[in-house]
Design a protein around this ligand. Structure first.
Ligand code: SF4
Ligand code: SF4
Length: 291
């Protein structure tokens, strides 16, 4: 199994410890770039790749950004993390991305592996950098020190079957968002239909690699409650060990029209989850906080 340790990925953020991105303690790598344009995106600055327009450079209070030969450069040592650059970016992008090779990430994971159950690659949409994710997971599985770490992917489900077949030998689990039931509602919310999402969920379930399906509940906007019978019938066909996680729409990080929408309250979530639980005949995971 040859591994390309020089394969590079564009990373927007790394958390060396997370307990909410898959089972146990995980190192999470967030990749830049997404093929959806969700109205409710909580990290809209991860959607597009920076086009080096330079608009954000003057917004930086600590001169951590500069324009050198028409390329925006970020000096991490000067950055305070104020995110002013992200606020002014007209392109839903981020000047603070870092290019990592597989080799560099393996070194980082090795440094932390004693405290980890696994790694999760998230986004943006992680599968848009499929070649990089494949080489990274292959390298983890081939390492004597790291092979016990589980490799998870957090995805919007838009990857083709061909792409999933490439990943399946190297992933232990996938977490997929199902943002709406009707194709038209999904298209309105994300700028893409949900045909591929359903296809991905089905394929991962059949392959015993589906860890979690996540439903974003946006009262009066998503169709998950009005279509609850169809949604429940579909979810009840998935293996019992698959987590069904409900996320409540909140305003954190959101920009544009969705900021005018009502947030999902605990009572609204309880109503939705009890309707779903009643039909599914099993528990679903609900948020612990509503802010
Ligand atoms: S987050 Fe960092 S780079 Fe961006 S404006 Fe603030 S200090 Fe500058
Ligand atoms: S992050 Fe946004 S504002 Fe800054 S250079 Fe890139 S595209 Fe322009």
């Amino acid at each position: 199994m040859p591994i390309n340790f020089d394969k590079k990925g564009i990373v927007s953020k790394i958390l060396t410890f997370s307990c909410v991105d898959g089972p146990g303690n995980r190192l999470v790598i967030f990749l830049q770039g997404c093929n959806y344009d969700c109205i409710t995106c909580h990290n809209p600055h991860t959607i597009n790749h920076c086009d080096d327009c330079g608009d954000c450079v003057v917004s930086c209070p600590t001169e951590a950004l500069s324009l050198k030969i028409n390329k925006v450069t970020w000096d991490e040592s000067r950055c305070t993390g104020c995110d002013k650059c992200i606020e002014v970016c007209p392109n839903k992008s981020n000047p603070k991305t870092t290019i990592y090779s597989v080799r560099q990430l393996i070194e980082l994971i090795t440094k932390h592996h004693h405290f980890l159950n696994g790694i999760t690659v998230s986004g943006g949409e992680a599968t848009l950098q499929l070649g990089f994710v494949l080489e990274l997971f292959k390298a983890v599985k081939a390492s004597k020190e790291l092979a016990q770490l589980s490799c998870f992917i957090d995805s919007n489900g838009s990857l083709s079957e061909t792409g999933w077949y490439k990943l399946l030998p190297y992933i232990d689990g996938a977490m997929i968002d199902l943002k709406a039931w009707q194709d038209a509602t999904h298209l309105w919310l994300t700028a893409r239909g949900n045909h591929r999402v359903i296809q991905s969920i089905n394929l991962l379930a059949l392959s015993d690699k589906l860890h979690e399906v996540r439903l974003l509940y946006i009262p009066d906007k998503t169709d998950l409650l009005s279509e609850i019978d169809a949604v429940s019938k579909y979810l009840s066909m998935l293996p019992q060990q698959v987590n069904i996680r409900l996320n409540a729409f909140q305003h954190h990080g959101v920009i544009g029209d969705a900021l005018m929408w009502d947030k999902c309250s605990e009572e609204q979530m309880q109503q939705f989850s009890s309707e779903l639980t009643k039909r599914l005949g099993r528990e679903v995971l609900v948020p612990s906080i509503y802010t």
